[in-house]
Design a binder for this molecule. Sequence first.
Ligand code: NIG
Ligand code: FE
Length: 410
Amino acid sequence: MAAKIFTGISLLANTRETSGFVRGNQLATLPSIKNAYIIIENDTIAEIDVMENFRFSKGDFSMADDTIVLPTWCDSHTHLVFAGSREEEFIDKIKGLSYAQIAAKGGGILNSAKKLNAASEDQLFNAAWKRLEEVSKLGTGAIEIKSGYGLSVEGELKMLRVIKKLKEKSPLKITSTFLGAHTFPIEYKENHRKYIELIIHDMLPVIAREKLADYIDVFCENGFFSAHEMRTICEAGKKYGLKPKLHVNQLNSIGGIEAGISLDALSLDHLETLTENEVEILGKFKGASTLLPSAAFFLRMPMPPARNLINAGAAVTLASDFNPGSSPSGNINFVISLACIQMKMLPEEAINAATINGACAMEIEQDYGSISVGKKANLIFTKPVPSLAYLPYSFGSNLIDKVMINGTFI
Ligand code: NIG
Ligand code: FE
């Protein structure tokens, strides 16, 4: 295949070669090349440099004047496989119903579980496929997808098999996380031990045998799983090689952070509710502190303290949390705008958090998350824009012209 060459790019953004999380005050630095060109061979970035060094070589040659080229977004926390939407709860919340009242009406995660268990694998696959197409046009090139709406052996395995099929068929890079511990099914509300045994003895061995997941997750929260229960589940998962990526401190601080760190978690996600001490601890935590501002926005909750985390040295990462209950959108462009507007992250910080740090939070940073030679040609080409900051500034506008995945425009 002939090389694809793009010249006169006003800014090639995030050209870092180093791998590993970008932390603390380093987040404000976004290595970039002004007035650049890029050469792509097959699915790989073959050459990048300033235009002064450009020597014409054979290949498809396009001008990309006034456009910014970015690495595609790496969305490291989603629940993209689900059956049906939950806008009736959205209306109930507008009318003032509490979370407990909505749950009493059969809403929440259990509502999604009922719908998921009634759906076929094909229905789930087709709906998820459409969502993947939608987010890829919005610039997402790699994505983590969790189970967690099955909450039964068959339901969880069905979800994970759908994710596995998406992995095989989609051009996007997908990682899979087992979240059987999303909530307790009604029949186990008074018998936590029994459901945890189901996870450990009936779900995990099949997941391991069929290679259905890369990671394990638990929703550690009052009324859901305690830090102790999370530890039991994650220790069982680790025996099968599943590293934890955890939902902690969304509503309460109940010891999930300390437990997650001692379990050697890859990422600790949500973090809306943090004590000063926990901010300090996350500053030293080697994994990702993943913030999901569109979920806080949708639930009308205070935003996670991104500035305090950055000041403490944390590896702040941004993701969409795409799910039908708390973030029915997988639009990372909006997540980046929210991060800048509501959490006072600089555009450079937000872009690092949604690209290289997202890649690290899925352990795919060798191939994704920045524009450097040898990595996959997964690129966002913007419409003509005056500056990088213009992207989060003009929130709600779609400024993406084209998205390239594995060297091909989608
Ligand atoms: O990440 N917090 C737990 N789980 C999801 C929302 C689940 C739902 O309401 O369906 C989240 O926000
Ligand atoms: Fe989530």
